[in-house]
Design a protein around this ligand. Structure first.
Ligand code: SF4
Ligand code: SF4
Length: 334
């Protein structure tokens, strides 16, 4: 049972309610780095609106910032995990140095990898991303790979034509270097609903995914994590165009579950953008909602301890994390 009691609300004033209650849990164990917004895909549900067009230098962490973030991270004794997200993190030129440095210091590293990157050759830069599986395996990076469905129709509808075949090919290459097979090389897949509904039960869906992907392709993985689509940015605009925003918000609010509060990811992590600015999570980052009181701060001006009991910036979208079984970067919460 949650130590914080947030009553089910009637659809109004919930932002004020969250703000009054939600704080970090006392220890920051994870730094989530959004290293850049450039991506080889442009998915309908993408909350950071990543795409190949995000080429503004401000949208990608530069060398000086990467160095400052490395330096800061290695001085924070409570940090155990560095969680890279994007965009496609591998498309940042400093990704490999950061991963090698953090792993060399014994930190657990997660790469939120869109598996189509593995077969991608960037026509603008000429970069061939076939290095990704071997690099990640050599550094024993945990891979969290987005795979919104085991059916071709649903994946291509959400991510673009050809994304399913490219995703399967990328995942098989990860299997080929031991991911999902060797205990030191975990491969977890992420499901998110294609339409405006809550994810199904994570354990039931995992069984289906494992059966279907094994039978169709001989593909193996460790865990399936279900993530609720957040009603922000590209997904929110799509809901608005389809007249589905209000019903979707009602669905999230009606399914508010107070037992999710203890496990909300914002309570034990801090999130930074490509400039090193501070947020409570990647969703708040996408909305430009900085950690309260630290709107102009950079991570190297703070300490993890000083952030450990901070008030968290909240809004309507937080109901995406508290609906049903809850939703976090690690899947369902309860
Ligand atoms: S692969 Fe991920 S980061 Fe890239 S556009 Fe799709 S959802 Fe966004
Ligand atoms: S969106 Fe979720 S993770 Fe982010 S602040 Fe709200 S409850 Fe926390």
């Amino acid at each position: 049972m949650s130590t914080l009691q947030l009553p089910i609300l009637n659809g109004t004033h919930f932002k004020a309610h969250f703000e009054a209650e939600l704080r970090a849990a006392g220890t920051i164990t994870t730094l989530q780095i959004n290293i850049g917004y450039v991506c080889n895909l442009a998915c309908h549900h993408c909350h950071v609106e990543s795409s190949p067009a995000r080429t503004d230098p401000q949208d990608n962490m530069d060398e000086a910032t990467a160095a400052r973030v490395i330096d800061w991270t290695l001085k924070q004794p409570t940090l155990k995990t560095v969680d890279f997200t994007g965009g496609s993190p591998e498309m940042n030129p400093h990704f490999r140095l950061m991963v090698e440095t953090f792993r060399g210091q014994g930190l657990h590293v997660i790469d939120r990898c869109n598996p189509t990157i593995i077969g991608f050759v960037d026509k603008k830069t000429g970069e061939d991303y076939s290095w990704v599986p071997q690099f990640l395996a050599a550094n024993q990076v945990e891979v969290v790979a987005s795979m919104p469905c085991y059916s071709q129709e649903n994946v291509d509808a959400q991510r673009g034509r050809g994304a399913y075949d490219d995703s399967v090919a990328g995942l098989l290459k990860l299997n080929g270097v031991g991911y999902g097979i060797e205990p030191s090389l975990p491969l977890n897949l992420v499901y998110n609903p294609v339409g405006p509904h809550l994810p199904p039960a994570q354990d039931v869906l995992e069984v289906q995914y494992k059966r279907e992907l094994q039978q169709r392709f001989g593909l193996v993985f460790n865990e399936l994590w279900t993530i609720t689509n957040m009603p922000i940015k590209r997904w929110r605009h799509q809901l608005e165009r389809q007249g589905q925003l209000e019903p979707y918000m009602s669905l999230l609010i009606d399914n508010y579950n107070p037992d999710t509060i203890d496990g909300l990811m914002c309570r034990r992590q801090i999130s930074i953008d490509p400039q090193g600015r501070l947020y409570d999570c990647d969703f708040n980052q996408a909305l430009g909602m900085h950690t309260p009181g630290l709107e102009a701060a950079y991570i190297w001006e703070e300490t993890a301890d000083a952030l450990a009991e901070r008030v968290i910036a909240t809004g309507d979208h937080c109901y995406g994390c508290t609906a049903g079984c809850g939703s976090s970067c690690g899947g369902a919460i309860t």
